[in-house]
Design a binder for this molecule. Structure first.
Ligand SMILES: C[S@@+](CC[C@H](N)C(=O)[O-])C[C@H]1O[C@@H](n2cnc3c(N)ncnc32)[C@H](O)[C@@H]1O
Length: 223
């Protein structure tokens, strides 16, 4: 492992906006479940970005919505470092990063604690459908802590993940709220706010746009 990476791994432990469980990335020593309002010191709505990478969505949304709290979640320390450092440098008090696997997510959030979930350019997992972050295995987990009218947003370049998620929405009778097959060709007559939100570009999105991939978006609720 490179020296820089090791340095970043030890540095994130000193960042006030990063939570890194001490044992195997899933011990809940800080008793966070159900207690995020204490962490943020307010009762504002809570938004998660799962597989956040360097947290571009988390940071951009946190700037646009100072009255919501945002948590970027990823297992990769070097990526979390980038997002957390940027949030600290920009003085964003409504941002935290949690280093864990999404697989352990129910350990960290209590019933009705979360308002929205963003899945941004999640791995399509071509050979392992259960590992897709929009699979029933995962939506069952989200159901444990997402509010009744909570929204899941999925933004992807992957036809496989988009089609799979749409099928999951139908077969589980989830409520489809938005279905945009080309984010950058949509007219957005109804909502300039949605346009602004969907035009935020992550590291991976920029890569896929350079390759002229079409970016798709779904929003749905699962209760
Ligand atoms: C393709 S990258 C996308 C990163 C970022 N959202 C973006 O758009 O630039 C997928 C990210 O999800 C993370 N990831 C994938 N599966 C995960 C899991 N089960 N738990 C935590 N992180 C996961 C990876 O570490 C990686 O940073």
């Amino acid at each position: 492992m490179g020296k820089d990476k090791l340095k970043r791994f030890s540095q994130i432990l000193t960042f006030g906006n990063v939570i890194q469980p001490k044992i195997n990335f899933h011990s809940n020593d800080d008793d966070l479940k159900g207690n995020w309002s204490t962490v943020f010191n307010n009762e504002n709505p809570l938004v998660l970005e799962l597989g956040c990478g360097a947290g571009e969505y988390t940071i951009a949304l946190a700037k646009d919505y100072p009255n919501k709290n945002f948590i970027g979640i990823d297992i990769k320390g070097a990526r979390i470092w980038k997002g957390a450092k940027a949030a600290l440098d920009q003085g964003l008090n409504n941002v935290r990063f949690l280093r864990t696997k999404v697989d352990f997510i129910t350990k960290f959030f209590g019933e009705n604690e979360v308002n929205e979930i963003w899945l941004t350019f999640s791995d399509p997992q071509p050979k392992k459908p259960k590992k897709r972050l929009s699979s029933k295995l995962f939506t069952d987990r989200y159901q444990e802590f997402l509010k009744i009218n909570g929204v899941i947003h999925l933004k992807t370049d992957s036809d496989l993940l988009y089609d799979f998620t749409l099928e999951e929405i139908k077969s589980n009778n989830f409520k489809l709220l938005e279905n945009i097959t080309n984010v950058y060709k949509e007219s957005y007559e109804k909502s300039q706010e949605l346009k602004k939100t969907l035009f935020i570009k992550t590291f991976y999105e920029k890569k896929w746009l350079d390759l002229e991939k079409t970016i798709k978006y779904l929003a749905f609720s699962i209760h």
